[in-house]
Design a protein around this ligand. Structure first.
Ligand code: SF4
Length: 368
């Protein structure tokens, strides 16, 4: 069934996150022109009211609300912010008519903001001209959301109206051929469905063949109404799977330990196919001396991400994240600080004590 559309004029469009999502997409800002999504993937967390405030949550894929002032708002709000990566747009079918995402790209280009896009739609290639211009001025990365390399019944059960996998890989190839950073956002890896070695290997291999530069893995989030929707699909695939899910999702240690194994397979095949399992942090658009701080912060963020996958304690992960945030916001050069004051100087960075000073010293040694 085709989705309905309605327009409205919100007062605000830009989300300014306190910190970038270090270790993942390196995104500091987000802005999207549509509410709801006609693709209606059954694992999507946006079914829940927390993300999409519809009276009837099932309207999420039936009624797409178009923000008719998206580009104007973005221009106003972004103009007052320091340059950093923004994730913007949405190339679902309604974009063909409204072209709001294209207009938002024009704003990013004009203001010099780098862009990260996570897409399923090959319609993004319509805007390759603009993406190339932004890439020349600052940076663009287009990640394709892909969880299997197969366009079979199982995939269509969970993504009933999304574009075919083949069309996503073809779009990746076009973007890669234009010299733009692209790869697979292998999120969510559906437990007991797409976590097997064969699927993981195939996704990574096909990404490499399509010119992708990374495969970034992540798990499935289940809560509220999105859990209900997902379980509906799971039941129609195999009701016995529900018990397996309950086992790992109800045990506080179940999920981290489960994904630790899956992550190690992703790393193994990324190494085999010589493709990164993280997105390298771009820094060329940051002002002079902050570039090096951002690169040092990158290493600490990646350590925090890896600790998450190793099912380490929440407090240990948080300690690394705090230090990464501190490094990211420093307004003096961390190398000069270390040269002048040694580890005592490092301890002036928020969140850094004796142990974390050693971690930073190790990271700094990597740059020599
Ligand atoms: S394409 Fe993305 S936003 Fe749309 S339903 Fe699927 S997961 Fe959700």
């Amino acid at each position: 069934m085709k989705s309905l559309t309605a327009t409205y004029s919100p007062k605000k469009i830009l989300n300014v996150h306190k910190y970038c999502d270090g270790g993942w997409f390196w995104v500091k800002y987000s802005a999207h022109p549509y509410l709801g999504c006609s693709y209606g993937c059954l694992y999507c967390y946006e079914w829940d009211k927390k993300y999409t405030p519809y009276q009837d949550p099932d309207d999420f894929d039936r009624l797409v609300k178009v923000k008719d002032n998206a580009a104007e708002l973005l221009a106003q709000e972004l103009a007052t912010q320091p340059v950093d990566i923004i994730t913007l747009g949405d190339w679902q079918p309604v974009e063909r008519k409204y072209r709001s995402s294209r207009k938002m790209l024009e704003i990013a280009l004009e203001l010099g903001f780098p862009v990260f896009i996570n897409e399923k739609s090959p319609l993004i290639t319509r805007d390759l001209d603009l993406l190339a211009k932004i890439n020349r001025r600052s940076y663009v990365n287009v990640g394709f959301s892909i969880m299997t390399s197969q366009d079979d019944e199982t995939r269509r059960l969970f993504e009933p109206k999304a574009p075919s996998i083949q069309s996503r890989f073809e779009a990746m190839e076009m973007i890669s051929s234009a010299g733009i950073m692209t790869g697979t956002v292998f999120i969510p890896i559906l437990p007991f469905i797409y976590d097997n070695e064969k699927n993981i290997k195939e996704v990574i291999k096909t990404t490499k063949q399509a010119g992708g530069k990374y495969v970034l893995d992540g798990g499935l989030t289940l809560f509220g109404y999105c859990k209900d929707k997902y379980y509906q699909a799971l039941k129609s695939l195999d009701p016995k799977l529900i018990a397996n899910y309950e086992k790992i999702y109800k045990d506080p240690n179940g999920l981290p330990f489960y994904y630790r194994e899956v992550h190690s397979l992703v790393k193994k095949y990324c190494q085999q196919y010589r493709i990164s399992n993280t997105i390298p942090r771009p820094v060329k658009f940051f002002p002079g001396k902050s570039k090096i701080n951002k690169l040092v912060a990158e290493k600490v963020y990646l350590k925090a991400r890896e600790l998450q996958f190793q099912a380490e304690s929440y407090y240990r992960i948080l300690a690394y994240l705090k230090v990464a945030h501190g490094l990211d916001e420093l307004d003096y050069d961390v190398f000069s600080l270390y040269q002048k004051e040694g580890s005592d100087g490092l301890k002036k960075i928020p969140g850094v004590g004796d142990k974390m000073a050693i971690v930073i010293e190790e990271v700094l040694a990597d740059f020599k």
